[in-house]
Write a protein of this length. Sequence first.
Length: 44
Amino acid sequence: MAEKLGPGDSFPDMTLNLVGGGSINLPADLKTTYTVIFFYRGHW
């Protein structure tokens, strides 16, 4: 398991596949300095 991010830590680079197709690179594709990211696993 990865370590948790703490205050002042940089968000790690990652690529996520989108449900409707395509992908997003975080944090590179974000257009703002400050962002809240919420991960929701949904129903399994």
